[in-house]
Ligand binder design. Structure first.
Ligand code: DAH
Length: 343
């Protein structure tokens, strides 16, 4: 019996040494430890037979067993150190970061040309002391037409047909509605611009879109004259298009201004000579303007003896097209990324 147990211990030791040599991962090593040294392990099984030994053999075999355990434990420890080291090396080399690899390019978005130009217009007016006002796109007939001296059946309505939700609610056709909304709320001095979207029943072509943007301007104060209007427009045009630009105002008609004017700027291609881009005229119309009709001021209880004002409405798309040399307004609404990126 004693011999038998001793032999088993030797066998366990020899096998352990052999097996350990082949172990290459920490999982395998742990499985091996449990198999040999664990509660139900080989060594424990052998030791459970100790009871059958004679009293004098028990300490001898016990000591031999402890030596085998210590031997195997030591071997496991060394193996573990080696395996840990190898595993770490493997991990490090797998996770190696090659800082010389090219980065992954991210596609950056950018502002739409209309937003770029609008921001510049806003900056220019803000620098002259204007504030930015806004009004609703779904508007009352009163603000869009009636209060602007365009009563029902006025022929000026014909050029600005739109979508009606009911008899008195519509999609606004002009940002001029914000003039009325502002004068209702604020006492002069008033100095605002109001950019926004407007709607008209227009056939789509290279210069027309049923949705477009206007930038309204309104100044009401003591002693405001036409020269203030001309000076402000001139300054804005120069800020947007450079010192060489010329502005032209010619008589026009709008029910809410008296006198009224058409605003044009010199063609950037030919500088005023006349070319294909400006259809031979040398000028490109960008909007309307005028001195606020006293009828409008009176409706809003502004004393026309004391106050006068000028107003203008510019088409944003016209400015953008001129700025970027775009000859078809649809390009600004189709949002073809290839086109936008080319600007
Ligand atoms: N709202 C006019 C239009 O859409 C443009 C305009 C003309 C606005 C004269 C004004 C103005 O403020 O004074 O045709």
């Amino acid at each position: 019996m004693e011999i038998n147990i001793k032999e088993q211990l030797d066998l366990i030791r020899a096998d352990a040494e052999k097996e350990l040599a082949a172990i290459a991962s920490s999982e395998e090593l742990e499985a091996f430890r449990v198999k040999v040294l664990g509660k139900k392990g080989e060594l424990t099984k052998v030791l459970s037979q100790m009871g059958k030994l004679s009293a004098e053999m028990r300490p001898i075999i016990g000591q031999a067993a402890n030596e085998v355990r210590a031997f195997i434990e030591e071997k496991i420890k060394t193996a573990k150190e080696q395996i840990d080291k190898l595993e770490l090396e493997k991990k490090l080399s797998a996770e190696k970061l090659d800082v010389t690899l090219p980065g992954k390019a991210k596609r950056m978005g950018k502002k739409h040309p209309s937003s770029i130009v609008l921001d510049e217009v806003k900056d220019a007016f803000i620098s002259m002391g204007f504030t930015v006002a806004s009004g609703p796109e779904v508007e009352y007939d009163y603000y869009n037409f009636e209060a602007l001296n365009i009563p029902k059946y006025h022929p000026a309505r014909d050029t600005q047909d739109t979508f009606y939700f009911s008899d008195d609610i519509l999609l606004r056709t002009q940002t001029s509605s914000v003039q009325i909304r502002t004068m209702e709320k604020v006492k002069p001095p008033i100095r605002i611009i109001s950019p926004g979207r407007v709607y008209r029943i227009d056939e789509v072509d290279s210069t027309h879109s049923p949705i477009f943007h206007q930038i309204e301007g309104l100044v009401v104060d003591k002693g405001i004259t036409m020269s203030h209007l001309k000076g402000s427009l001139d300054l804005i045009a120069k800020k947007l298009f450079g010192e060489d630009i010329k502005t032209r105002i010619r008589p026009d008609y709008f029910p809410f201004t008296e006198p009224s004017a058409e605003i044009s700027i010199s063609c950037f291609k030919c500088g005023g000579e006349g070319c294909k881009f400006c259809k031979g005229e040398g000028w490109i119309e960008i909007g309307g303007a005028g001195m606020v009709n006293p009828k409008v001021l009176e409706l809003l209880n502004i004393d026309t003896e004391e106050y006068s004002g000028f107003a203008f409405g510019m088409g944003l798309e016209r400015l953008v097209m001129r700025r970027y040399n775009i000859d078809d307004i649809r390009m600004l609404f189709e949002n073809d990324v290839r086109f936008l990126e080319s600007l």
